[in-house]
Design a protein around this ligand. Structure first.
Ligand code: GLN
Length: 487
């Protein structure tokens, strides 16, 4: 339904006339590309930037791979795109994705699935939802690509395609002009061939210190300064670095070759002097369920505005007098997975279910955050330093209890439990199968922590394995330095 709808849209034909469509490209990773006309001032550009199609750009439509947005021309540009243009970026195109960021394989798109350039006989998934951005970097069509990471959407495609994918601390990069999926989790992430390219663009240029007044969740300048004072920017020599291996991530479903790559990476770091210790994050098990309650709940509220009146393409079959205007626009404009999420979210927020689902999931989220705070040796700089006061000792005291577990600088685990599936296999998989791919990425998202996926290439494997490093809040700079050591 989505595809037919998309092709019939007159608005779409008009607005796309100014941009060159690369719909038939082998990997289907671009949905529109910049032409001479749309990028006139980029003669002295320093790097080529690909932008996920849920991030607003001037000159190219912003459609979130959804039929409901037709060829929506954004009247303004996302702050992150402006910031990168000011640093020499030339926007080469908008990239294909899962509709509104909902998916793990970049198959839920009105433009059709993205395929992985590492495919051999059979087409492999590029991972999602920022699959098009990962492929643009993998193929060298862009030096840097922007994605969004709500529960793993930058890290998972990075792992599947063999590039580096960085999800920053929540609030570090501006989300103004990024179409919201689940606001309390959404971050803008960056993909590149290596971690140092990301470090250059975010930290060397001072992007990490820039507050955006247009984004209410952007960290204030003052908080940034306080965080910067509290966290070391430089990575110590490896013999002073402790890396934690979270025991709960060693799940039954983990593919043996991925487990081997994880062990080999830990051994390599140990050989270079790092201390490797086992740690426990007991709430990890519940994190995935909590995520799939919270994210759809926020999404159902965010997506209410696409009704064919405020936003979105109005369906020809809709009838305002007969009360079908909204339902026709939403029913024909949204794809199946997005409709499923709206229903899930609406249910878990309903008065009958909110206590058992939404409220419980928020409690799990809090426990996941506390688990991380216990294992990291750095304090979370967002918390005000508190004097210990016995009178505060009550049952719900929420100070991180640092006794017991060994404290670490970083956590190391795989990004995904398996290698990329084939697009053919995905045709018969359920949406719950797709949700399980996010088991290792959602905990850092729930806690707002920075995380990066780095490809490692096992000797006898044709495909890379994504290794994920997670760090304490605002420890992004050291995280990327550590990521560079894994490469
Ligand atoms: N796969 C997850 C989801 O479908 C993550 C998506 C994302 O990070 N945007 O919600």
């Amino acid at each position: 339904v989505g595809v037919a709808f998309f092709r019939n849209s007159a608005t779409l034909r008009r607005s796309f006339a100014s941009s060159r469509l690369l719909r038939q490209g082998a990997c289907n990773h671009f949905v529109s590309q910049a032409s001479e006309n749309t990028n006139p001032a980029d003669a002295d550009a320093k790097f080529r930037l690909a932008v996920k199609d849920n991030i607003a750009t001037i000159g190219l439509p912003t459609q979130c791979a959804s039929g409901v947005l037709g060829a929506h021309p954004s009247p303004f540009e996302a702050t992150i795109v402006e910031q990168l243009r000011a640093r020499g970026a030339s926007v080469v195109g908008k990239t294909n994705m899962d509709e509104f960021g909902m998916g793990s394989y970049s198959t839920n798109s009105v433009h059709g699935p993205v395929s992985n350039p590492l495919s051999a006989d059979e087409q492999l998934s590029a991972g999602g939802s920022s699959g098009g951005s990962a492929v643009a970097v993998q193929l060298g069509d862009a030096d840097i690509a922007l994605g969004t990471d709500t529960g793993g959407s930058v890290r998972l495609p990075a792992a599947y395609t063999g590039v580096v994918g960085y999800k920053p601390s929540y609030g570090l990069l501006s989300r103004f002009g990024v179409v919201p999926y689940a606001n309390s989790l959404d971050t803008v992430g960056i993909l590149a061939k290596d971690a140092s390219a990301i470090q250059d663009v975010v930290f060397k240029t001072g992007l990490h210190m820039e507050h955006d007044p247009s984004d209410p969740t952007s960290l204030t300048a003052e908080t940034r300064k306080r965080c910067a004072r509290a966290s070391p920017a430089q990575l110590a020599p490896l013999h002073n670095v402790t890396i934690g291996i979270p025991a709960e991530y060693n799940i039954e479903e983990l593919e043996p070759a991925v487990r081997d790559a994880w062990a080999a990476t830990a051994a390599k770091m140990e050989a270079q002097g790092a201390r490797i210790v086992s740690v426990s994050l007991p709430s990890t098990r519940e994190a995935l369920c909590a995520y799939y309650v919270l994210a759809p709940a926020e999404a159902s509220s965010n997506l209410a505005k696409y009704d064919g009146v405020r936003y979105g393409v109005r369906s020809e079959n809709g009838d305002a007098a007969g009360d079908t205007l909204y339902s026709e626009a939403r029913g024909s404009g949204f794809g199946e997975e997005v409709r499923r999420r709206i229903l899930l979210g609406t249910y878990s927020l309903s008065s009958e279910a909110i206590d058992n689902y939404f409220i419980q999931a928020q409690k799990v989220r809090r426990r996941v955050q506390q688990d991380f705070d216990k294992v990291f040796s750095l304090e979370n700089p967002l918390y005000e330093p508190r004097q210990f006061d016995l009178s505060e000792m009550s049952a719900d005291l929420e100070l991180a209890d640092k006794r017991g577990p060994v404290q670490v600088d970083f956590l190391l685990c795989p990004t995904a439990p398996t290698f990329p599936p084939t697009l053919k296999d995905l045709e018969t998989k359920s949406s719950v199968d797709a949700y399980t791919m996010d088991v290792f990425t959602v905990p850092a998202s729930l806690a707002g922590l920075p995380a990066v996926s780095v490809p490692v290439w096992p000797e006898d494997s044709r495909l890379p394995v994504g290794m994920q490093l997670i760090a304490q809040y605002w420890d992004d700079q050291r995280l990327l330095s550590m990521a560079a050591k894994l490469e």
